[in-house]
Write a protein that binds this ligand. Structure first.
Ligand SMILES: Cc1cc2nc3c(=O)[nH]c(=O)nc-3n(C[C@H](O)[C@H](O)[C@H](O)COP(=O)(O)OP(=O)(O)OC[C@H]3O[C@@H](n4cnc5c(N)ncnc54)[C@H](O)[C@@H]3O)c2cc1C
Length: 503
């Protein structure tokens, strides 16, 4: 019970961030909060952001969303992994598959047994991904929902979604009870601050209407209308670590079969994404304007589509980095207003979700205690920086030297801690997750190996297992995974049977 509870929340922006915030806050607080969401049709939304990670399913659970209904509404497909092509070397491909890989034995993580097998059997040893049910399903374009593999302790498939960004926003909007969430269409032209403490008092629309609130959520996109425009939170530019600063995006005709994974293919001055949806493919080329022009980047994208382009390509500019503070006084920034890192690991929508859940757990009263804001900012910064390091790994650990861009990437100064992580893995095969960072050991393992970092050793306890037992242990796992995948239908068939979108 609070003496001065927040009663009026104003959300500025109606993109994925704005509507996700409205849906989750109204669900968490019910009629205690009167939420007003302001969006401008004239300005519109960023219109991209279509690949997710498995944590998005927590949003469904919290909102009581039926997964098949969601997939029909957003014309979605299932995502089991990201395929990285030509990143470490041209012609080489690897997966970052969701879910577990293999099983630990006692206290020794799985990769040490795999490394020993690899050493003993050389190229005859199956690769790491033979022990991932997600990766094996990707190889056959199959999909199934499975919690555990048979009666074994191995976890089953872990999935996320590919979804139409515009339809997802509309879907979340429909989930909001209009008695709790009032939508206002209009362009905000002014932000009024309170004299005594600089808190935001109200926002004023072009039509003259003024909207007051106790707490303001800035979901206004890259411009950060409140957090930067009014409150001058400051922005840390991370371009020295992640040099790409533009993307060109275009939809293309859908192709069959729909792959149950996102594709990321490195290009001469950036990389290209391919996201399969039920009605079209989403495509984009993320690039560095220091090394390639918009026209060249667009031509590269159009030359590498699976089907016909369905619209004119659209160029988006961004500065990779993070707002210095995402919570200032009575304003919290979420989504693109809080910062942006390229969609290499599909992390932005997740950061909206984790920002909202952090806000709910640190929810203030009308005074917005600075201790709550400080803790929010500390956790947000930690999450951002660890994801940044993971993305830098993809660029820095490359053998490519075929273009000025890739030669530049090989010389990027690594953020503190990343070089040590790589060195530890290279020397010992060891990976440790840093606290509650988003990516787990399995994610780091796949990307480090995929980018060509090969450990020189493994944990000595992995040698305790006699060779015949090691063979049996590894062979059983592969058999169980193959059998399980064999029971899955093709991804297209699964979508047709469970969640085909109406035409
Ligand atoms: C090239 C690219 C690819 C991406 N791919 C992915 C991906 O695959 N996966 C992923 O998770 N994320 C991805 N993202 C990020 C993702 O698109 C965003 O995190 C997500 O769409 C949320 O955006 P937003 O709601 O913060 O901003 P926006 O969609 O830009 O919405 C801003 C809202 O604010 C409103 N607004 C702005 N100014 C005013 C004003 N003055 N008055 C009233 N209203 C105003 C606008 O009308 C709009 O409603 C990508 C981003 C880019 C740039």
């Amino acid at each position: 019970m609070q003496a001065h509870p927040i009663q009026r929340v104003v959300i500025v922006g109606g993109g994925t961030a704005g509507w996700m915030t409205a849906a989750l806050l109204s669900r968490a607080f019910g009629p205690q909060l009167a939420i007003t969401l302001v969006e401008s049709d004239e300005i519109g939304t960023v219109g991209v952001g279509e690949a997710t990670i498995p944590q998005i399913r927590h949003v469904n659970a919290f909102l009581g969303i039926d997964e098949d209904e969601l997939m029909r509404a957003v014309k979605g497909t299932f995502k089991l992994a990201i395929q990285f092509n030509d990143w470490g070397r041209i012609g080489q491909s690897y997966l970052h598959a969701f879910g577990d890989i293999g099983l630990p034995l006692g206290l020794v993580p799985f990769q040490h047994y795999w490394l020993r097998d690899r050493h003993e059997r050389g190229d005859a040893a199956p690769d790491l991904w033979a022990y991932s049910i997600n990766a094996q399903a990707c190889a056959d374009h199959r999909f199934g929902r499975m919690e555990r593999i048979g009666s074994s302790p191995m976890t089953g498939t872990r999935h996320a979604y590919h979804l139409d960004a515009g339809l997802y926003g509309q879907y979340l909007r429909q989930r909001c009870d209009p008695r709790q969430v009032r939508r206002v269409e209009g362009r905000i032209v002014d932000v009024a601050l309170r004299g005594e403490d600089g808190f935001i008092e109200s926002v004023r629309l072009a039509g003259g209407e003024s909207i007051e609130g106790d707490l303001f959520i800035d979901c206004s996109g890259f411009r950060g209308l409140l957090i930067e425009g009014a409150l001058k939170a400051g922005y840390d530019d991370w371009t020295p670590w992640l040099p790409c600063d533009r993307a060109v995006a275009v939809a293309s005709e859908r192709v069959a079969p729909m792959r149950p994974y996102t594709q990321s293919t490195a290009r001469a001055a950036g990389w290209q994404w391919r996201i399969p949806l039920q009605h079209r493919n989403g495509n984009g080329h993320v690039f560095c304007s220091r090394f390639i022009s918009d026209d060249e980047a667009t031509a590269t994208l159009l030359a590498n589509l699976d089907g016909e382009a369905l619209a004119e390509p659209r160029v988006l500019r961004f500065t990779t980095g993070a707002r210095r503070l995402c919570w200032v006084r009575n304003c919290v920034a979420l989504g693109l207003a809080s910062g942006f890192m390229e969609p290499l690991e599909s992390t932005s929508i997740h950061m909206i979700q984790s920002g909202i859940s952090r806000l709910i757990s640190l929810f203030p009263d009308k005074h917005c205690d600075a201790a709550l804001a400080n803790e929010y900012n500390r956790q947000t910064r930690f999450e951002y920086e660890r994801i940044r390091d993971f993305l830098v790994l993809h660029y820095r650990a490359t053998e490519r030297d075929d273009s000025p861009f890739w030669r530049h990437c090989r010389t990027i100064d690594m953020p503190e801690g990343l070089a040590e992580r790589i060195a530890l893995f290279r020397r010992s095969g060891q990976i440790f997750r840093d606290g509650e960072e988003l990516f787990t050991e399995v994610g780091w393992l796949q990307v480090m190996l995929g980018q060509g970092i090969v450990p020189q050793a493994w944990h000595p306890a992995a040698d305790a297992l006699p060779s015949a037992e090691l063979d049996g242990f590894l062979g059983n796992m592969r058999t169980l995974i193959q059998r399980a995948v064999g029971t899955f239908p093709g991804h297209d068939q699964f979508v047709a049977a469970h969640c085909r979108a109406p035409h």
